[in-house]
Design a protein around this ligand. Structure first.
Ligand code: TRP
Length: 421
């Protein structure tokens, strides 16, 4: 049996290797030299995996249209752990992507029992953070977007209980609303294309969200009217366009686009021609005839920042993280009390050096607080050489955090007007 990932668990102990080998997530590394001025999260291998991201990288390089979409569940205040996806979304918008962000209030209500009022309040905070980071684009609350709800319903025509059981382990006891929130998320991801026109879409998420990505890619494929395939028969190559659920009128329309094609019941075959061009023509036939013509959505996957106390970062463990409006004293206390990669005694530390890979303070710098690669390298080197002591390092880090927070808060306040209805 295939293993399952629970995207609602706060335990983010995900076996990265398994995700790659068992679920087919690909490393991001081979795509990096095609990206101009990659940001820290790409340079530092914080975003480690992807599906079909090459399509989006190409669109970026050629200045072609693409969407960037993600969603946030408003089940509490936004915090440090949400910053990575937010930065990714803002960056893709700056690279020319059309931004779309869902506040998953239906999911928060269904899965975490958060009141609609609280959803709204937290949702606003998430949006303020995004705008403060430079995000531009469309934002919505799932519960208030009727077109989204229609699309989620349409998507649900292609999802059955055995899919939900296989992917999420849903059982007889799973609330229907939870299953519906899954369909909502599929809708979120496909919404930019349905509302505008098909274009590559990147969904930046944490590794735990991969089940939703897999399901959505499956649904986007199932909602297609035609399938375009390259085939080979006794050495002769041709392209076959097969109907999945096309009406007779759509079949006729398709055939009229390819005058030289051999027309059969349910498919047409074309010899020669450029595959990509044919795919585009077919997509247009599909859209003209009431289909969506979806391009399978792409995703990037980031690894998780460990909590300040050295274990998982989770809102249920307050010492593991800080919120963006948390007062300075409390933030300082958490940073000064953080678990580091330091040794038991000062002598040992000087002799053996620290272990930055295990250190929540080093990782906080690597993820968010130290943009400059040279400085980060120096920090790592001095730590390993036993020259940098944890107390000093924590103090320096707190100064960076303090500056980050005061700047971020100021920007968030300035964006207040953008989140008012
Ligand atoms: N399920 C996501 C979470 O728990 C939130 C979410 C809703 C989402 N819709 C989305 C994420 C669409 C990515 C794309 O955080």
């Amino acid at each position: 049996m295939q293993s399952k990932i629970n995207p609602w668990s706060s335990n983010q102990d995900i076996e990265t290797n398994k995700l790659f080998s068992e679920f087919g997530i690909e490393p991001i590394e081979p795509l990096l030299d095609k990206i101009k001025n990659p940001p820290a999260f790409l340079r530092r291998n914080i975003v480690i995996g992807q599906r079909d991201y090459g399509r989006v990288v190409d669109a970026m390089a050629k200045n072609e249209k693409f969407f960037v979409m993600t969603g946030f569940m408003p089940s509490g205040h936004p915090h440090l752990g949400h910053l990575m996806v937010m930065k990714e979304v803002a960056w893709h918008v700056q690279q020319g992507g059309i931004g779309s962000v869902a506040i998953a209030d239906r999911e928060a209500h269904a899965v975490r029992d958060i009141s609609w009022e609280k959803c709204r309040e937290y949702g606003k905070e998430y949006l303020k953070c995004l705008y403060a980071l430079g995000f531009e684009g469309r934002t919505y609350y799932q519960s208030r977007n009727n077109d989204l709800k229609d699309l989620a319903f349409e998507s649900a025509t292609r999802i059955n209980f055995s899919d939900l059981q296989a992917i999420y382990g849903f059982s007889q006891d799973t609330a229907l609303a939870k299953a519906m929130s899954v369909a909502m998320q599929v809708g979120d991801i496909l919404f930019p294309q349905a509302d505008d026109e098909p274009a590559p879409t990147v969904v930046p998420v944490g590794l735990d969200q991969d089940p939703h990505i897999r399901l959505t890619r499956d649904v986007s494929y199932k909602l297609r009217m035609f399938l375009v395939e390259e085939r080979c028969e006794s050495g002769r190559q041709y392209i076959s366009i097969r109907s999945k659920n096309a009406s007779p009128a759509a079949m006729e329309d398709l055939a009229s686009e390819f005058p030289g094609a051999k027309v059969y019941e349910g498919h047409i075959d074309i010899s020669g021609g450029n595959l990509e061009e044919i795919r585009e023509i077919v997509r247009n036939v599909e859209i003209r005839n009431g289909g969506y013509g979806f391009i399978s959505p792409s995703a990037t996957y980031h690894t998780f920042l460990q909590g300040l106390q050295g274990r998982k970062m989770s809102s249920s463990v307050p010492e593991s993280l800080f919120g963006f409006y948390e007062d300075e004293k409390s933030v300082k206390k958490k940073i000064m009390g953080a678990l580091t990669g330091g040794r038991m005694t000062l002598e040992e530390q000087k002799k053996l050096g620290g272990e930055p890979e295990k250190c929540s303070i080093y990782l906080l710098n690597r993820f968010h607080m130290l943009e400059n690669d040279v400085e980060l390298k120096e920090m790592c080197h001095e730590c390993k050489a036993g020259e940098l002591m944890c107390g000093t390092c924590k103090k320096e880090t707190f100064e960076r955090v303090k500056e980050f927070l005061s700047d971020f808060r100021e920007k968030m306040d300035e964006c207040e007007h953008k989140v008012e209805e």
